[in-house]
Design a protein around this ligand. Structure first.
Ligand SMILES: Cc1cc2nc3c(=O)[nH]c(=O)nc-3n(C[C@H](O)[C@H](O)[C@H](O)COP(=O)(O)O)c2cc1C
Length: 191
């Protein structure tokens, strides 16, 4: 059977043709007490090196990851009746990679990254708007540098499961588990 990254690439391309926001995935972290939380982010890169997303490092997820870098990702492509689950450890992308991605974003998004104290309490919308104005003025001229508290994480998977809906709930489930030699063992699970 295919390499899991090639298979993901095929499924992701199918999903991008079939629906909007095929790159939206739910990602789970755990806090210091082992309590999980989950939220959506956008997949920005994928391939044999892993699966990448970007966020605020001081956010709830950012702080969770600092303490425990085990994560789980999940895609659901409704129109194809497909699910992909990915588990592994995440590590920060390099500063150069984060800088390059940040530089590719629209200026308003760059200013938003500076203005948002993601996941922290806010008095009211006015407070956020005041911060947006502050950073709009500050970075009025020239390029916006990447905030030191904003970067990306890349998941190195140890398990990838491909789920395909079949009639009468007799779904296909193929799990790729990375073995000690770094190769992929494939198993089929009951649906
Ligand atoms: C479709 C969608 C895509 C999102 N993409 C991102 C993203 O790429 N990065 C991000 O930090 N938050 C993204 N968000 C917001 C997160 O879901 C979440 O609200 C935010 O990151 C704070 O999460 P936390 O408090 O658990 O850290 C997205 C939300 C949705 C609904």
């Amino acid at each position: 059977m295919q390499d899991p990254f090639d298979r993901f690439k095929d499924w992701f391309e199918d999903a991008q043709k079939a629906e909007d926001m095929a790159d939206a995935m739910s990602i789970a972290t755990v806090d210091e007490q082992g309590r999980p939380s989950v939220r959506m982010v956008l997949l920005k890169d994928h391939g044999p090196e892993g699966f990448t997303f970007y966020t605020n490092l001081q956010s709830r997820k950012g702080l969770d990851i600092k303490n425990n870098n085990n994560m789980a990702f999940c895609f659901h492509w409704k129109s194809l009746a497909r699910q992909v689950r990915i588990e592994g450890e995440v590590n920060a992308v390099s500063d150069q990679e984060a800088d390059a991605y940040f530089a590719s974003r629209p200026k308003d998004s760059q200013i938003g990254a500076w203005a948002s104290k993601q996941s922290q309490p806010m008095e009211g919308r006015f407070e956020f708007e005041a911060r947006i104005l502050k950073y709009t003025a500050k970075f009025n001229l020239g390029d916006v540098p990447r905030p030191p508290f904003w970067s990306g994480f890349r998941m190195t998977p140890r398990k990838i499961e491909f789920w395909q809906d079949r009639k009468f709930r007799l779904h296909d489930r193929h799990v790729y588990n990375k073995n000690d030699q770094g190769n992929w063992d494939i198993e089929t699970l009951y649906p």
